[in-house]
Design a protein around this ligand. Structure first.
Ligand code: TMP
Length: 236
């Protein structure tokens, strides 16, 4: 018996016969600006599933624990069940998006130091930015967990940067989420890493290879994601 456990903007999660294993289905829907802009694109679920599979497999190969178990169809993965830590972690190498607006710095400026930001995961509130004190006072995570999350986020950044660099792509920024395994309580990388949750620019031309093409009406989303997948397939 498989029951729908949760439906998000881009994925659905189903139970399996194993209480510690869930099935994720990648949907064709795309949203932006906290769901205010919506569309559906044939092939998006397949593309994000393939891209995320490639990334999680690469990260696990580098010793970074993730919830990922296996890819079982064009649009489905099996993952370990977790309790999601309600913090969205954004890592930035180059100024773009909300950072550019907030600090009045041009998009494209390389940061002297990588920035790690925390946002409180709440659709109702539009995911407000928080600092560690807010996270602790709201009991979203413990001090040890926050330190581990920060370390983890920086090692994911190192691994992803090298991976995309090999494909001629700059990792501008990305958002990740963490979870505590239902089975053991261990902290692992959860959710997804895909062009929905990263900014990826061609190294030479700065062509955007991520969801900004949809957010800003720049190019066709499936064509863009297909181009990205092709380039990642060439990376060993
Ligand atoms: P931002 O510049 O809009 O704050 O976005 C930073 C990065 O986080 C960018 O790669 C897109 C990603 N992101 C998400 O994955 N989900 C979100 O809800 C938001 C706001 C950003």
């Amino acid at each position: 018996m498989s029951q729908l456990l949760y439906e998000g903007k881009a994925k659905k999660m189903y139970t399996t016969d194993d209480p510690y294993v869930l099935r994720v289905v990648y949907k064709n829907d795309a949203t932006a600006f906290n769901g205010q802009k919506k569309a559906s694109f044939e092939g998006k679920g397949r593309l994000n599933n393939a891209i995320c599979t490639k990334i999680f497999t690469m990260l696990q190969g580098k010793g970074i624990p993730t919830h990922y178990i296996d890819t079982i169809s064009e649009t489905e993965q099996l993952v370990k069940a977790v309790h999601i830590v309600p913090i969205e972690v954004v890592v930035r190498n180059v100024v773009a998006g909300s950072l550019s607006k907030r600090l009045g710095v041009d998009e494209g400026e390389t940061l002297e130091r990588t920035i790690v930001e925390f946002y409180y995961k709440s659709d109702e509130l539009g995911d407000p930015m928080i600092n560690s004190d807010h996270a602790l006072a709201m009991e979203l995570a413990t001090e040890e967990e926050l330190a581990e999350i920060r370390r983890f986020a920086l090692s994911v950044n190192d691994a992803l940067r090298a991976f995309f660099d090999a494909a001629g792509i700059v990792l501008v920024d990305f958002k990740i989420e963490f979870g505590k395994l239902k089975e053991t309580g261990a902290l692992v990388l959860a959710d997804e890493i895909s062009p929905d949750s990263c900014r990826l620019w061609d190294k030479e031309t700065h062509e955007k290879l991520d969801k900004d093409v949809f957010r800003r009406n720049i190019a066709d989303l499936p064509e863009t994601y297909e181009k990205l997948l092709k380039r990642l397939e060439d990376v060993k």
